[in-house]
Design a protein around this ligand. Structure first.
Ligand code: SF4
Length: 387
């Protein structure tokens, strides 16, 4: 199909999960394996999934392609090249598509960065987490603070303009000063986009075990809230748009891929544990590398799915939109969820009175205080026990 006809198709996204990491970060609950011996078979399985599922997006243009993980930067040029070739052969990839890759600082070299650019990758996300070795050490990250600054310099020198950095706050031992210094580095390196996540203590992680055994102390909520306050102040002063509760950017640098998720644009996810969403159907692949490979080799099932009920759809709308700068659109709710309108209106008034939400015309957005309580505020607007 030629470019002009592609432009007329509805938009969709693709996600590829690369399920390998060098080591296990202490707080991480994503799906990955540190056993890389299956990567050759996994690439073959991915190629097969990419090809066989193309029928699901036959009438869509691919506007965003995202390689996440795990650690996609563990894949070499030929492995990434075979994946991109399969996508170009079987999908209508828009020539202006945003193509992102998550990387770890210790994988970034000038040669590798040039290879990524030559493959057509135009957005790079670097998993810095902290610019201080004190934090990286207990996190069990594979990189050092120095490698992070070197990685940023390398990707900038190579010509990447669309750069994102991941940072974390609410960390054990993270002083307000160190958090401020982390934020100042963004300004110093002129980073156009960053994600900042508050640490979540997940079960079945080594950090959870350490906290349970009182080997490590996580900060009080007040400290984390204070760090969120610093974060929002920093964004205001330095012209970063807080376009989503954990995502911040300079003008024109919003992540198109993540924005598509939040707007309900369909996407397919390939690889172990990857999720897909299309036509109100959500599906997810098995979270086990060997089972995924075996299933693809033998044409056995490898995913489960659910069709969202109206209530689930509504609750998801609330949860995702409330996190965005645009907030909830009452007109949208009136059109798509008319049965829930009066309930949500009275719940919104309650949150306005509590100063968790403020109203701008028909839109309802989290206040600063509301951002510190986002999950609670969402749950107060949810509809329970209806279909
Ligand atoms: S590199 Fe990322 S995906 Fe891998 S263990 Fe660390 S946090 Fe998890």
């Amino acid at each position: 199909m030629d470019e002009k006809n592609i432009q007329n198709l509805n938009p969709a996204g693709l996600y590829i999960h690369i399920p390998y990491c060098k080591r296990k970060c202490s707080y991480c609950c994503f799906h990955f394996s540190t056993n890389l011996s299956t990567r050759k078979e996994l690439v073959q399985a991915l190629l097969k999934e990419i090809k066989t599922r193309s029928v699901e997006l036959a009438k869509f243009q691919i506007n965003t392609l995202y390689l996440g993980g795990g650690t996609p930067s563990l894949f070499e040029e030929d492995e990434l090249d075979s994946i991109f070739s399969a996508i170009k052969s079987h999908y209508h990839l828009n020539s202006a598509a945003e193509i992102s890759i998550e990387t770890n600082p210790d994988d970034i070299t000038p040669d590798y960065t040039n290879q990524l650019l030559n493959l057509g990758i135009n957005r790079i996300s670097i998993g810095v987490q902290s610019f201080f070795d004190e934090d990286l050490k207990w996190m069990n990250r594979a990189h050092t603070a120095k490698q992070s600054t070197m990685a940023i310099e390398i990707v900038k020198r190579a010509g990447f303009e669309n750069i994102s950095i991941d940072l974390m706050y609410g960390l054990p031992g993270l002083t307000q000063k160190r958090w401020q210094d982390n934020l100042l580095k963004l300004q110093k390196f002129e980073i156009p986009h960053f994600s900042a996540y508050s640490l979540t203590l997940e079960e079945r992680t080594s950090l959870h075990h350490l906290v349970q055994n009182k080997k490590i102390l996580i900060p009080e909520d007040d400290e984390t809230i204070c760090q969120m306050g610093h974060l929002l102040d920093f964004c205001e002063v330095n012209n970063y748009e807080a376009y989503e509760i954990s995502n911040f950017c300079k003008n024109g640098f919003r992540s198109k891929h993540n924005s598509s998720y939040w707007e309900g644009i369909p996407y397919l996810g390939f690889g172990p544990s990857a999720h897909s969403y299309i036509d109100s159907k959500r599906s997810w692949n098995v979270s086990n590398n060997n089972e995924y490979i075996k299933a693809l080799e033998t044409d056995a099932p490898y995913s489960s799915f659910e069709k969202l009920s109206t209530t689930e759809h509504y609750n998801e709308y609330i949860m995702l939109q409330l996190r965005r700068i645009e907030g909830l659109d009452l007109n949208y709710i009136a059109i798509h969820f008319p049965d829930f309108l009066s309930t949500v209106e009275s719940a919104l008034q309650k949150q306005i009175a509590l100063k968790n939400i403020h109203q701008v015309n028909a839109r309802y957005c989290l206040t600063r205080q509301g951002k510190t309580l986002a999950d609670f505020v969402s749950s107060e607007l949810f509809i329970l026990n209806k279909t």
